[in-house]
Design a protein around this ligand. Structure first.
Ligand code: 86X
Length: 473
């Protein structure tokens, strides 16, 4: 695959091949010899670092501390929460040997860390004075998926943060579930420019170890939804299974209320599918590694002058991590295509005519808008253009969401909506998820603002909830 070659299929015509090409040609991802395991190249790892920087700073304001637990979890720990792990068991990867010697007890490579963290919580929790405990780790996890793997979206190893907290009161725990969900909403909307659907998971879709599960879901231009992040109220379930206890002010033993919450590198793939186009990657400026690229347009006659001016502009923009592309042997047009494919938010062209007029040309990645900018104003104007692009990406995604959300009134309408790749908000009885699955769809979540009316769109019995339904990844 030569770099000169652009994306050869259209997003609307073959979304899965389009995705595969975009992430490789934009140098986000590389494949390895292990199926389901991918290289996060610098252009995607930088996006992850931006997310991490934002979220770390915000959770620290909430009193959460970072720490690190081992990735090996003794099998006996999982037996304590057997009911919660049941469905996941086939995906757990085990370490059984060191060299040729079998271990006394096999060790799981963490698929999530509730078990090992709960074991420490038991030791750290003595008195009500020890609470709350709020910790978080940034780490890798392994889930040996058998469904067809997809870079970022479904991988056998991925990166995430997992937060784990303990509280004296249910009220404090409930509040934190929502505080964290709000941070995930901000990642979705403010960093990734993606409208977020917030709500509570159905009984079937919640984590089995939780009292309730909340989530942020995103609906993509491919007509499928995907979960972006999740925040669980674990209640006292793990506390009971792992004997986490404290003595309250009346000297009585109590189990604390526990939460866990996470967002992963899946979110990068969601962002790619949301915004990118037939030319390649589109990245919201806030999470872009390089905010702009300068392409000097030189001729044999006018070279030094152009390079000199372009360098001036480059120095002026040093806060924006700008790429200076003065490579020889590539035409300007070739360079434009390459940087568009890689999703650099703004291209800055400067040629002989521009030098004469003390100006440059800005070209915006999302809409191709072209403007002449006096060299004196490049810094201010670049900042404005990036902010505008960030806003427009979110606005466009919001319009798309609005135009593609339907309110089917009966099963026929729901079926049509699902087949047409629409998002449906339905009145729902709280059961009958099997027959929604049969339509090729899933329940996403129940928005917090509930107004159920009439009868269940799917089965006709009394509606108790409103819930989002669509195809999903
Ligand atoms: C569910 C629970 C939770 C902290 C999050 O969703 C966010 C961050 N953890 C995750 N869960 C699993 O997915 C799971 C998977 C496997 Cl393979 C397993 F063996 C156990 C699990 N337990 C919980």
């Amino acid at each position: 695959m030569s770099m000169a070659e652009g994306i050869t299929v259209k997003k609307a015509e073959n979304p899965s091949e389009w995705y595969t090409q975009v992430i490789q040609k934009a140098e986000l991802i590389d494949y390895t010899d292990v199926s389901g395991c991918y290289v996060f190249r610098p252009r995607s790892f930088a996006i992850w670092e931006k997310l991490r920087e934002f979220f770390d700073c915000e959770i620290k304001k909430l009193g959460v501390q970072n720490l690190y637990f081992p990735m090996f979890i003794p099998e006996s720990f999982f037996k304590k929460e057997a009911e919660h792990v049941e469905g996941f068991a086939p995906e757990v990867a085990w370490v059984t040997h060191s060299g040729n010697t079998e271990l006394k007890e096999r060790l799981a490579i963490r698929p999530t860390s509730e078990a090992i963290i709960s074991d420490s919580f038991r030791k750290w929790t003595r008195s009500w004075k020890d609470l709350p405990i709020k910790v978080n780790q940034w780490c890798n996890v392994v889930r040996w998926e058998f469904n067809n793997p997809q870079p970022f979206l479904r991988t056998r190893e991925f990166l995430w943060q997992e937060g784990h907290t303990l509280f004296v009161t249910k009220e404090d725990a409930d509040k934190e579930v929502m505080d964290i969900l709000e941070l995930y909403r901000r990642i979705s909307e403010e960093l990734y420019a993606m409208p977020a659907l917030l709500g509570k998971k159905s009984e079937k879709e919640k984590f089995a170890g939780a009292d309730y599960t909340t989530s942020v879901e995103c609906f993509l231009p491919t007509g499928k939804a995907i979960q972006l992040a999740t925040s669980h109220a674990l209640g006292q379930n793990f506390a009971k299974a792992f004997e986490i206890e404290y003595t309250d002010a009346n000297e009585e033993k109590q189990h604390p209320y526990q939460n866990s919450w996470g967002i992963s590198t899946r979110s990068i793939g969601v962002m790619v599918i949301m915004h990118s186009d037939d030319k390649g990657l589109v990245v919201p400026p806030r999470v872009a590694l390089n905010k702009a690229v300068i392409v000097p347009i030189t001729t044999k006659k006018v070279n030094e002058e152009v390079i000199k001016k372009a360098k001036e502009v480059y120095r002026e923009l040093k806060g924006f991590n700008v790429i200076f592309d003065d490579r020889e042997g590539y035409s300007p047009g070739w360079k434009y295509n390459e940087w568009e494919m890689k999703g650099i938010p703004v291209r800055i062209e400067i040629g002989p005519k521009d030098v004469e007029k003390d100006q440059v040309v800005f070209v915006r990645r999302d809409n191709g808008e072209k403007v002449f900018v006096p060299i004196l104003n490049v810094k201010e104007r670049l900042k404005e253009m990036l902010e505008d692009m960030q806003g427009v990406l979110l606005d466009n995604a919001k319009s798309f969401l609005k135009e593609n959300t339907l309110f089917p009134k009966n099963k026929e309408e729901l079926k049509t909506a699902v087949n047409d790749g629409k998002l449906s908000l339905i009145n729902w009885c709280g059961g009958c998820e099997e027959s929604i699955k049969e339509l090729g769809a899933k329940t996403l979540n129940m928005p917090f603002d509930q107004n159920p009316k009439g009868s269940c769109v799917n089965c006709g019995s009394k509606a108790k909830f409103e819930i989002y339904v669509s195809k999903s990844y």
